[in-house]
Design a protein around this ligand. Sequence first.
Ligand code: NAP
Length: 286
Amino acid sequence: MAQRIDGKKVAATVRREVAQEAARFRERFGRAPGLSVVLAGDDPASAVYVRNKEAAAKECGFEGEVLRLPNEVSTSEVLDTVLALNERRAVDGILVQLPLPRGVDEAPILEAIDPRKDVDGFHVENVGALWSGLPGLVPCTPSGCMRLLREARVDLAGKRAVVLGRSNIVGKPMAALLLREHATVTVAHSRTQGLPELCREADVLVAAVGRAKLVKASWVKPGAVVIDVGMNRDEQGKLCGDVDYAEVEPVAGAITPVPGGVGPMTIAMLMQNTLTAALAIEQARR
Ligand code: NAP
């Protein structure tokens, strides 16, 4: 039976660590780390994500607020909101919840965020820093996956890693992080040929495709570590990953469940990033 990597438990540990550090931060700098979330429109899934982020920020002792903008908002109105947050001294982290309403241009908004406050790690400056091995803010979901691999004591050096998916949010930064830990990394996507055979070569398989139960037992090398980023609904409407858990679990050496795997880590790493940003900002002020 595979080791079940418990993301819920690890995420609680991360939040506790961040809360302790945030208390020290408050003593030292006379204020709490600040996180501001921009929520434009009325997407119900986004509303749930933002509520969870608010709750985690509160638990960590952060100051913060959610700036709500209407569905009919323009690109320049969102831009103005971001630019105002860039100037606010009490704001260390700025997160623009995606997707933005139809008609709002995402790219200029993400690029307008001060890279030092870019707690999602999507700004080109942070993307460049990640690929160049320089310090910067790293996207939350892949850094959560890395923390899970560390907790599961997976030694990545020299291992074959396959990342399924090449999005800017998950696949690409995941590949960069695995490479940084000396894995030999292959990034696969919708045009990749021979996907099952390719995946079967992996010692570490990260699935971030958004296709319910795509990864089958025959795709997985016995004993491999499987990290499932996917969040999908199955035929019964139940939450499931990109990996067919029931099939793959007996083959894998370790595996993350859905729910309770990568999902809780994303918000925990957002809290970590906010603290990291706050410390860097305060240190630069001194
Ligand atoms: P995305 O932007 O839609 O990217 C999906 C990637 O998968 C693309 O690179 C796509 O290839 C590839 N792909 C799609 N179908 C494929 C197939 N049949 N075979 C091989 N590759 C395929 O998605 P994302 O934002 O990276 O998210 C991926 C999944 O993770 C989703 O289920 C999402 O809900 C979940 N997610 C979870 C969290 C969390 O906190 N747990 C956070 C973010 C995302 P092309 O590039 O060729 O189109």
